[in-house]
Design a protein around this ligand. Structure first.
Ligand code: AMP
Length: 177
């Protein structure tokens, strides 16, 4: 089988200018999802972020992160855990607030989603300023999870989000400078 190519993933991503608001160039990953071979390759490359580790839980971030994280979890033989926006999780939760360009957002995790010492891989579609992933890592730290790595399909490196994620192993498949 051919080696997965990051270049064909990059070529498939659609830049949507001024979405969801003026000044944002939105990276639309739906063409990757719709193509069986590209989606398979994306999951393979995301799984590489866990190389050398046994992963108990793959943690995905609301909402596009779920799509990738769930497939990665299945491929790695791990469980899947959602980090959700405020008010969506039914059981007892922990919350972390983080700042956005304008205002604030809150993410939540079920209190019993990860047991202390479990090995987790955090997955999201895109790293921008790092606020969202940073908040997710704070939630995981609070539960005593052992973060084996953090994996993104896309990293907007010019926004410096990586610096907000501490000393974790961070792997991005496609980096935009
Ligand atoms: P941030 O907290 O700034 O790192 O933003 C990351 C989150 O916002 C991710 O869950 C992304 O899905 C979403 N996001 C931020 N910027 C973009 C963008 N330019 N294109 C697509 N998604 C984005």
């Amino acid at each position: 089988m051919a080696m997965p190519s990051a270049d064909s993933l990059r070529a498939a991503i659609r830049d949507v200018v001024d979405f969801p608001k003026p000044g944002i160039v939105f990276k639309d990953i739906t063409p990757i999802l719709a193509d069986a071979a590209l989606f398979h390759d994306a999951i393979t490359l995301l799984c590489d972020a866990a190389a050398g580790h046994t992963i108990d839980k793959v943690v995905g971030i609301d909402a596009r992160g779920f799509i990738f994280a769930a497939a990665v979890a299945d491929r790695l033989g791990a469980g899947f855990v959602p980090v959700r926006k405020k008010g969506k999780l039914p059981w007892k939760t922990r919350q972390v607030a983080y700042s956005l360009e304008y205002g604030e957002s809150v993410v939540e995790l079920h209190d019993d989603a990860v047991a202390p010492g479990e090995s987790v891989l955090l997955v999201d579609d895109l790293l921008a300023t790092g606020g969202t992933a940073g908040a997710a890592l704070e939630l995981l730290d609070g539960l005593g999870a052992k973060v084996a790595g953090v994996a993104f399909l896309i990293e907007l490196a010019f926004l410096g989000g990586r610096e907000k994620l501490g000393a974790h192993r961070i792997e991005s498949i496609l980096i935009y400078d």
